[in-house]
Write a protein that binds this ligand. Structure first.
Ligand code: URP
Ligand code: ZN
Ligand code: ZN
Length: 459
């Protein structure tokens, strides 16, 4: 089946032009004015709308087993919700338990993801170290299309990578042509503060941000950056949430180091006052790490994104329902960490980024799609509107409005961190592999239609 998107303005990270886009066999086959299409082609009338590369969310956790439970969103529901909001690819994470062989974990995640409706890739976390990990990293890079390895510098006693693991894994990643990524928080500082707060009787969600101060993130970001500098590897810092971590990235980049930073839509738009609520369910629903920060950090993050010090936007979509969050009713350290947003990232970034003048439309495309494709080496197959690229597209109506709510969203979770936010600008259509998967509110996601996308090593 072929598809013609007619009459819109194509926006890429480089340029804008009035052009039609013709897709066939899942690929973009022509971009230009007044394209002809076979009579059998489906047609989208994109008059008055923008046609952009589908969003790429480089940080999600579908059906993640974590903190004694499993994230409520699975690979089908999560990728379907993503497409309802214009995101056509996710990069999720394989997270082996300590001592679990990497390849065994990788196979588990690959099988769980077979039900995905949209395309997906995997970063693989390094949570422990021995000779088999060293070997399996090679297999993952050379045979399985994994070109990024994740390191959690927090979650001590579970999946935390200490400095020895970081050193070994960064070195190995560089040898293999893969990029290391880090969740930057000082895990020892966090655990000490958690114990102190609990012993002082601070047992509710308010303890969560108090136990994870910006200094814990800034210190870890600097440590990872300096290790990467000595080893000579590029580095990608996930979910940068505060000024301190941002400043470490800026400093390193000014010194000539290839350090990338990701910011979450949530960290740009939600502040730490959510933890002041006396309503446990509400406050716990916002428990994620790093936590939401004081407003001064949000202002810094926006500037980081505007200036190009932060290159990508993500969600860290990791959903837990109220009954799961209740596991930490008497002890905030037991509240499963994670919040959602995969469906809303594009709309909230458009509304608060483009409509406010912080981002141009091309900068929006770069920050929501193209930069992730480039950093993780799937450009121009993804993140572009080039002939030969995958036909993953979003048709964006800048005048349409919608009010975000858990009552109407497609995400499999009973809470939305953007609840009540009215946004101007949203997708009228989402196209994945040349097929319309969302049209004016009608979600047509197909279980299992998503493909595993290999990401070539850096040579
Ligand atoms: O709170 C979060 N972010 N949960 C998911 C795991 C992680 O740290 O990314
Ligand atoms: Zn994290
Ligand atoms: Zn995460």
């Amino acid at each position: 089946m072929s598809l013609l998107i007619r009459g819109g303005t194509v926006v890429t990270a480089d340029m804008e032009e009035r052009a039609d886009v013709f897709c066939d066999e899942g690929k973009i086959v022509a971009v230009g004015p007044d394209l002809e299409a076979p009579i059998t082609a489906e047609v989208i009338d994109a008059g008055g709308q923008y046609v952009m590369p589908g969003g790429i969310d480089p940080h999600t956790h579908m059906q993640l087993p974590f903190m004694g439970t499993v994230a409520s969103e699975d690979f089908f529901t999560g990728t379907a919700a993503a497409m309802a909001g214009g995101t056509t690819q996710i990069i999720d994470f394989v997270i082996p338990d300590p001592e679990q062989p990497l390849m065994a974990a990788y196979k588990d995640w690959r099988s769980w993801a077979e039900k995905a409706a949209a395309d997906y890739s995997f970063h693989v976390a390094i949570t422990w170290w021995d000779e088999s990990v060293h070997q399996d990293m090679e297999t993952l890079v050379m045979e399985e299309g994994v070109n990024s390895f994740k390191h959690f510098m927090a979650y001590k006693g579970a999946i935390m990578a200490d400095d020895e693991i970081l050193y070994n894994s960064f070195t190995r990643a560089l040898e293999l042509g893969a990029i290391p990524t880090v969740h930057a928080e000082n895990g020892e500082m966090v655990i000490q503060l958690q114990q102190k707060l609990m012993s002082e009787g601070i047992t509710g969600p308010k303890g969560h941000p108090l136990s994870r101060p910006p200094q814990a993130e800034g210190e870890a970001a600097n440590r990872a950056i300096r290790l990467a500098e000595v080893i000579g590897t590029p580095l990608y810092v996930v979910h940068v949430s505060c000024r301190q971590a941002l400043e470490e990235i800026i400093r390193a980049r000014l010194e000539g180091h290839r350090v990338y930073g990701e910011v979450l839509a949530g960290h740009l738009l939600v502040d730490e006052s959510v933890y002041d609520s006396q309503d446990f369910e509400y406050a716990a629903a916002h428990v994620m790490s790093p936590p939401f920060r004081a407003k001064e950090h949000q202002a810094a993050l926006w500037k980081g994104l505007q200036s190009g010090s932060l290159q990508t936007t993500a969600t860290d979509h990791c959903c837990f329902k109220a009954d799961q969050k209740a596991m930490g009713k008497d002890d905030f350290t037991q509240i499963p960490n994670g919040t959602g947003g995969v469906e809303d990232r594009l709309a909230v970034l458009w509304h608060h980024g483009v409509n406010t003048g912080r981002l141009t439309r091309s900068e929006f495309v770069a920050a929501t799609s193209t930069n992730a494709a480039k950093i993780f080496n799937i450009y121009p197959r993804k993140g572009s509107i080039h002939v030969g690229a995958d036909a993953d597209l979003v048709v964006w109506d800048p005048k349409a409005t919608r009010t975000i709510s858990a009552k109407t969203h497609h995400q499999n979770v009973d809470f939305n961190i953007f609840e009540g936010m009215t946004v101007e600008g949203t997708n009228s259509h989402t196209v994945s592999q040349g097929k319309i998967t969302f049209a004016n509110g009608d979600l047509r996601a197909e279980r299992g239609a998503g493909r595993y996308i290999k990401r070539p090593r850096f040579v």
